[in-house]
Design a protein around this ligand. Structure first.
Ligand SMILES: Cc1ncc(COP(=O)(O)O)c(C=O)c1O
Length: 378
């Protein structure tokens, strides 16, 4: 929905909206006024350093987007024409598109009914001699089964990549999402839990992968090369600006509050909707969900009629989002009739509004619309 649409009576309940305080404004103003010359990388380095310590990783490279971070990471692993990369069928296309940029083929496999993330058994079935990587996308903050995926990676010697764009605040048995795989990527698009407007991050604990991506990110110019403007390879231009990083620094100094708020919002929805025939984002034992997008899905015994629910939201000036479509149905990839979970559950789920400043009364209003909808369909 467009930002400028208005409802005559009620203030809009957005599905997402950045939380920007005086701190981010102060840093961005300083970067605009003074972040040049000697200080032109200052906020970028500080943002990367905050991110590394939050995540518990050795290396981080701030990028212009998560898509760019994925593209460079896959390129650095040597993914190229004729290769295959396995990922879940239910995803935003941004996780699959960089595979195609390199001439490789996304292999879309089914999801698990409880986490809505990639099914490790289906991953193993899909492995061929052409498989070059597996991408674990932590959907809406829900965690993939990282133990199973990492074991498959070790067994077949295939790197496991984490697309943690939606998983700030999610923790898998003591380790933050994005820190467990060969590399991890994040998005700071305006809808995400922390934002720089647009932006992303590449993280890894692998020194040589870090050096490769660093070189790729700067049009192939290697760190330490004394010959000016000398590219070692054809690279990319996916760097974050100091101005964006300044906003990111403010967000990182508030990251605990930003994550905590997502969790509080989720609890409020869960409490108010607990008697409906639905399930919401899971939080298995030993994990923490960052709940980027509180999502409701009807139990298999019920149909949601999500178009009707989303229309009701719209009429009350509330934003809702469809659960992602199976990518295999978009026409760009092989159709997968056998991805039974992906093909059946997406129509019975929607994402609910969850921005930082949403009030408890707004959440109650959203829940009343949902409850009214369930009265009609059950
Ligand atoms: C899982 C996932 N991967 C990748 C992306 C792409 O992020 P960006 O817009 O920063 O390129 C997104 C953002 O929507 C996402 O949700």
């Amino acid at each position: 929905m467009h930002c400028r649409e208005r409802h005559p009576l009620k203030p809009r309940i957005h599905y997402s909206k950045a939380s920007i305080t005086d701190l981010e404004i102060q840093y961005a103003t300083d970067a605009a006024a003074n972040g040049w010359g000697n200080r032109c990388y200052e906020y970028i380095e500080r943002f990367e350093s905050y991110f590394k310590s939050h995540l518990g990783v050795t290396y981080a490279i701030a990028t212009s987007s998560c898509t760019g971070a994925l593209h460079m990471g896959l390129a650095a692993l040597g993914v190229s024409r004729g290769d295959e990369v396995i990922l879940a069928d239910i995803n935003w296309i941004a996780s699959a598109a960089p595979i195609t940029y390199l001439g490789a083929t996304p292999i879309l496999v089914d999801i698990l009914p409880d986490t809505w993330c990639i099914d490790p058994a289906k991953v193993e079935e899909a492995i061929t001699p052409k498989t070059k990587a597996i991408i674990a996308v932590h959907l809406y903050g829900n965690l993939c089964d990282m133990d199973a995926l990492l074991a498959i990676g070790r067994k077949y010697n295939i790197p496991i990549i984490e697309d943690a764009a939606e998983a700030i605040g999610s923790i898998w048995h003591g380790k933050r999402a994005g820190s467990l795989g060969t590399f991890g990527t994040f998005s700071f698009h305006g809808t995400k839990t922390i934002t720089t407007g647009e932006g992303g991050m590449f993280v890894t604990n692998d020194a040589s992968l870090f050096e490769k991506v660093l070189t790729l990110s700067n049009h192939g110019r290697q760190r330490g090369q004394t010959k000016q403007f000398w590219p070692e390879m054809i690279g990319f231009k996916y760097k974050m600006s100091n101005l964006q990083a300044a906003v990111g620094c403010g967000q990182m100094e508030r990251i605990s509050a930003l994550i905590e708020k997502k969790r509080e919002i989720f609890q409020l929805y869960q409490q108010q909707l607990s008697d409906l025939p639905i399930k919401m984002n899971p939080e298995p034992k030993g994990t923490q969900n960052g709940y980027w997008m509180p999502t409701l899905m009807t139990l298999p015994s019920h149909r949601l009629d999500r178009v009707n629910l989303l229309n009701k939201f719209k009429s009350q000036n509330v934003d809702g989002r469809v659960f992602f479509w199976p990518l295999s149905t978009t026409g760009f990839f092989e159709l997968r009739h056998d991805n039974n979970q992906a093909n059946s559950i997406h129509e019975n789920a929607v994402n609910l509004p969850s921005y930082y400043e949403i009030g408890a009364t707004d959440i109650t209003s959203v829940c009343s619309i949902i409850r009214e909808h369930f009265r009609m369909i059950t």
